[in-house]
Design a protein around this ligand. Structure first.
Ligand SMILES: Cc1ncc(COP(=O)(O)O)c(C=O)c1O
Length: 368
């Protein structure tokens, strides 16, 4: 009998249920004590002064960039090997996304290509900590400082990940996280901005709450991007479990790697010596010399009940939206190669040893 192993599954217990019930009974559904508590706890966990909770990770990126006052003519460098929001948050500012290529081993933005893409118009750099492995932050920070540009970490996939002992989201001017259902910790939907910069934090707070500095007094143009108390309450509980979840992801990743590294034509995830990864995804590369194509392998695993996914099949600049915007000539060869080769396997904390044995067993059989 086939097992059914989803590629992602939210991991809730009685604690989340109780927290939600308490919020419902309190009658305070927005801008209340849960949001404040969650922000305080998250800031402490990441090791920053401020955390501003918002409706989702896309909004976190949008607000972070708005707080930097970006506008038409400004360029922002990011990776095209990412979820669409990493590029769109730049378009929301009417600024221009400039795509730097990735390191094929880590899938993270390559500092040497970033340096090549810097111009006098570059105002910010957004490294994405792909699949839960922080980007080369020392080199990126140096580039940002030398060129006096802002460094905004897209840490949507990297809750709890570390670079040289520092948490992702605490290294740049700002960090942006997502609490979408499949993330290492979830709030249902939700996001948060982290920063040590009090001025940026204050701007972000105004932006997410109608530009309101006193009740019904609006100084600047703002939005309603506030998180709900329900989501904040779930987020608080999940944060307490995050280290345990991440440890289980690392354990699962290690077991997968032990089993897969000998299979001909599959390359297991490379972990940089400077990082503690959190394996938001466990991603193998299906190389040219593998007996099947990536998509054939994906189909075989799906048939056997193993949830797989391709993160991501199309570089952001190749999306129809970006082609219409004039990115037809853009090329990042390592990004394009990764899009053809990557396959994510289940690694989340609800995957147990029997599941791993089953995945490895099926993989061995289909890799012949
Ligand atoms: C790298 C990256 N950036 C941004 C986002 C946007 O987050 P959200 O889905 O919460 O809007 C996501 C996740 O979905 C992501 O993976």
């Amino acid at each position: 009998m086939n097992r059914k192993i989803p590629i992602a599954k939210p991991n809730f217990g009685k604690e989340e249920e109780t927290a939600v019930k308490e919020v419902l009974e309190s009658g305070i559904l927005a801008s209340g004590p849960r949001t404040k508590q969650f922000e305080k706890e998250f800031a402490k966990y990441i090791g920053v002064e401020h955390a501003i909770a918002v409706t989702n990770g896309t909004v976190a990126l949008d607000v972070a960039l708005k707080a930097l006052n970006l506008g038409p003519g400004d360029e922002v460098i990011t990776s095209a090997f990412s979820f669409i929001a990493s590029g769109n948050c730049i378009l929301f500012q009417n600024a221009k996304p400039v795509f730097a290529d990735i390191d094929p081993r880590t899938f993270n933005i390559d500092p040497s290509d970033v340096a090549e893409k810097i111009t006098s118009k570059t105002k910010a750099l957004i490294p994405v900590h792909m699949f839960g492995q922080p980007a080369k932050m020392d080199a990126l920070k140096e580039i940002a400082e030398d060129n006096r540009i802002f460094l905004v970490e897209d840490a949507a996939q990297a809750h709890g990940a570390e670079y040289k002992g520092q948490k992702a989201g605490s290294i740049g001017n700002m960090g942006c996280f997502s609490f979408y259902a499949t993330k290492n910790m979830t709030a249902g939907e939700g996001g948060i901005i982290t920063t040590n910069d009090t001025e940026l934090a204050e701007k972000a707070r105004l932006l997410i709450n109608h530009g309101q500095n006193q009740k019904y007094h609006h100084d600047t143009l703002g939005y309603n991007y506030r998180i709900t108390e329900l989501c904040a309450a779930i987020g608080s509980v999940q944060l307490q479990k995050l280290d345990e979840f991440n440890a289980k992801r690392r354990e699962n990743a290690q077991l997968l790697t032990q089993g897969i590294h000998r299979l001909h034509g599959l390359t297991v995830p490379y972990v940089d010596k400077d990082v503690t990864p959190v394996f938001h995804q466990y991603v193998v590369r299906v190389e040219e010399n593998y007996p099947r194509s990536r998509d054939e392998l994906a189909d075989s695993l799906t048939e056997k009940g193993i949830g797989v996914a391709v993160h991501y099949p199309i570089p952001i600049y190749r999306q129809p939206l970006y082609q219409k915007l004039g990115y037809g000539e853009t090329k990042c060869p390592n990004t394009e190669d990764a899009c053809r080769r990557v396959l994510s396997l289940p690694v989340h904390p609800l995957v147990d040893r029997k599941d791993i044995e089953y995945i490895l067993d099926v993989l061995k059989k289909v890799s012949l």
